[in-house]
Design a protein around this ligand. Structure first.
Ligand SMILES: Cc1cc2nc3c(=O)[nH]c(=O)nc-3n(C[C@H](O)[C@H](O)[C@H](O)COP(=O)(O)OP(=O)(O)OC[C@H]3O[C@@H](n4cnc5c(N)ncnc54)[C@H](O)[C@@H]3O)c2cc1C
Length: 382
């Protein structure tokens, strides 16, 4: 069982993250508004504010230019930034390249990504390929020392402003999921067609659908061997799932805090609404679910720090925490009455942002099937 006592350094990191969030990130976002997508420049300004706390290179080793922190520390940063700063993607590609890249790939890509000179995204989903990621259709045909990419990717976080992507492609369509490869792609938006996707939540994030037509990439940009793409994607995904879970915890905690403050201050029938047992019941459920989600998330991070395989535990955390955040933020709206659905309180945004989280890095249903498979030894996918 992992030990959940934080070290002094982790406690300090939490304090430092809160300080940067409250004194730099929040004022910046309040000035420009939180209802429309960030430009590349704005996002870079925000990410540079987080460099002193190690983000986005938190768990990248110091010798690769990262902060060399542990996974629990990455979780702390994500949790504290989540209520205002919903773009986890910034740490995903550097982490993947640090984990899977050659020394040359690390040298070329990690330096600008970790300095926030470039923005990055991961490109897996396609218009006809969601949960069944082994069925990728986008092709990368070998032509000498280049791959020629053709196909469409969708739901790319930062899709029309990212400059680097790790893209899952088929290098051998006849081989199905065994013919997939992962390639680092420089995104030259003048040569790509992209269209923005409007969303219920996460409105600071530009999501996009991007079309690649005869788009050339050097063969040396491939991560791992040809045909290893699906396996490598699954290897790197545990931390992404734990990130989603911890992100959900951060939003849920913000909703709990807002609901407590409102329940103390709002009076009806001559007393604070927090004095009504039904309101206390909602709050108690919110707190219990948020704390359970936090323990599950940090269990997964702690297992990563101990070098333990945790696909089951990161699935459980991702499933539980993201669904809990939807319930918790919905109850926070209920406690706020009509104010909860107005634009005067952040709880509506918390709900919208939480509602986005039950899809990426495996939908809730996919995680139920993974957990079921691990318990039963029976595969319900095929
Ligand atoms: C906020 C957000 C960020 C994202 N970021 C990225 C990104 O950066 N890069 C990227 O490539 N993609 C990204 N995605 C896309 C995400 O990975 C997909 O949404 C996800 O893989 C699910 O695919 P889908 O939405 O097409 O749903 P589908 O797979 O079409 O599923 C539709 C419904 O059917 C259910 N379902 C599917 N298969 C089964 C089954 N076997 N049994 C039971 N139910 C099933 C699903 O659970 C879901 O309820 C993002 C999505 C969101 C919402």
């Amino acid at each position: 069982m992992p030990d959940f006592e934080l070290t002094r350094a982790q406690d300090d990191l939490r304090r430092h993250t809160r300080e940067i969030r409250d004194t730099q990130v929040v004022p910046f976002l309040e000035r420009r508004g939180m209802d429309h997508a960030l430009s590349a420049d704005e996002l870079k300004q925000l990410l540079r504010m987080t460099l002193p706390i190690g983000y986005p290179g938190a768990v990248v080793a110091k010798e690769d230019g990262g902060a060399g922190l542990d996974y629990v520390s990455l979780g702390i940063v994500i949790e504290e930034l989540a209520p205002v700063f919903g773009f986890l993607a910034a740490h995903v590609v550097p982490r993947q390249i640090a984990m899977l890249g050659t020394p040359e790939q690390k040298r070329r890509y990690l330096v600008p990504l970790l300095a926030v000179d470039r923005l990055s995204t991961t490109a897996i989903t396609e218009p006809d390929v969601g949960s069944d990621a082994g069925a990728i259709r986008m092709t990368a045909r070998r032509a000498g020392d280049r791959y020629v990419l053709n196909g469409m990717k969708t739901w790319l976080t930062l899709g029309n402003i990212a400059e680097t992507a790790t893209v899952l492609v088929s290098t051998d369509p006849a081989a199905g999921s065994r013919g997939l490869s992962r390639i680092i792609v420089d995104l030259d938006h003048r040569r790509l067609r992209s269209s923005a996707i409007g969303t219920l939540g996460d409105r600071l994030i530009p999501f996009a659908e991007v079309t690649f037509e005869d788009y050339e990439v050097p063969v040396e940009n491939r991560l791992g061997q040809e045909g290893e793409g699906f396996r490598l994607t699954l290897r790197a995904i545990q931390a992404s799932r734990a990130s989603m879970a911890t992100h959900a915890v951060g939003i849920a905690q913000a909703a709990v805090d807002a609901a407590i403050a409102y329940a103390k201050q709002r009076t009806q029938f001559g007393r604070p609404i927090g004095g009504f047992q039904l309101v206390q019941g909602m709050l108690a459920d919110m707190i219990a679910e948020t704390e359970a989600a936090r323990l599950l998330s940090y269990r997964a991070w702690a297992m990563m720090d101990h070098g333990r395989e945790c696909s089951r535990e990161s699935s459980i955390a991702k499933l539980y925490a993201t669904e809990a955040a939807v319930r918790v933020t919905s109850k926070a709206i209920q406690i706020h009455g009509a104010s909860g659905v107005s634009d005067r309180h952040p709880v509506g945004r918390y709900f919208r942002d939480a509602r986005m989280l039950t899809f990426p890095d495996g939908t809730s249903e996919v995680h139920r099937l993974l957990i079921g498979r691990s318990a039963l030894g029976i595969d319900a996918f095929r």
